[in-house]
Ligand binder design. Structure first.
Ligand code: PGA
Length: 258
């Protein structure tokens, strides 16, 4: 995170994945909101399961907290049993949608082509895609991290122009760090973020690549957040397991830069 000169607020996103029920969502906010009531200089987004989006929206109506979906289909409507579209997410007040998460790439057939269709669909709606990219452990071990990231980013954005620096967030999530307790070292993550920003400067206008937020995900916790957010190129975090505990997530939101 760059210093006071930087206008962009750090973005802290909770990804609850397929966890918790609606009653739990109510309990989460009754604990979490008082803990973060004084937070102003950072943006918080919560991605509950689809079944709790409406509840989360109602409970955060008086706050600046943004709503985020965990996935969507690329069509606006139609015969796609079990799917949710950008139109539906817009309608209930979502700001962000996570696309291309490695768990979806791994278990639900989200290929680069599908991720591209979803990113394009989000960009023409009012949703801001949080595009997840990241290498697997064997790819890092064989020095292919940058190649993998470049392919994922280029493919997802191919054929689409970004309008401004808030129209896309990129989440660097090394697959080997997700849910494993093995966080990338802050310097390792920073290096990849810098690579993504440089890559983006070739894909879109420089002012957009400089101003856009590139966030880190993978075993983020209260123990490593301060060191991660002290890195110049890390503009926020995408948090899985630690976002399910209101106290831990509030601590992450209230990081201090070393
Ligand atoms: P984790 O998940 O924090 O549990 O590693 C991060 C993510 O998958 O976005």
């Amino acid at each position: 995170m760059k210093g006071a000169l930087e206008m962009k607020k750090p973005l802290i996103v909770a990804n609850w994945k397929m966890n918790k029920t609606d009653i739990w969502t109510k309990k989460f906010f009754s604990d979490f909101l008082p803990l973060t009531a004084d937070v102003q200089d950072r943006e918080i987004a919560i991605a509950p399961p689809f079944t709790s989006l409406v509840t989360a929206k109602a409970l955060t109506a008086e706050t600046e907290i943004k709503l985020c979906a965990q996935n969507m289909h690329w069509e606006l409507e139609g015969a796609y049993t079990g799917e949710i579209s950008s139109k539906m997410l817009d309608d209930i007040g979502c700001t962000y949608v996570i696309l291309g998460h490695s768990e979806r790439r791994e278990h639900f057939g989200d290929t680069d082509e599908r991720v591209q269709k979803k990113v394009h669909a989000a960009l023409v709606s009012d949703l801001v895609p949080i595009l997840c990219v990241g290498e697997k452990e064997f790819e890092r071990d064989s020095n292919r991290t940058f190649l993998v990231i470049e392919k994922q980013v280029r493919k997802a954005l191919d054929g689409k122009k970004l309008a401004h620096n808030n129209s896309l967030v990129i989440a660097y999530e090394p697959v080997w760090a997700i849910g494993t307790g093995k966080t990338a070292k802050p310097g390792q993550a920073n290096e990849v973020h810098a690579f993504i920003r440089e890559l983006m400067s070739h894909i879109c206008e420089k002012s957009i690549s400089t101003g856009m937020r590139i966030i880190y995900g993978g075993s983020v916790s209260p123990d490593n957040i301060d060191a991660l957010m002290s890195m110049d190129e890390i503009d926020g975090v995408l948090v899985g397991a630690s976002s399910l505990d209101p106290g831990k997530f509030a601590r992450i939101v209230k990081f201090t830069v070393e």
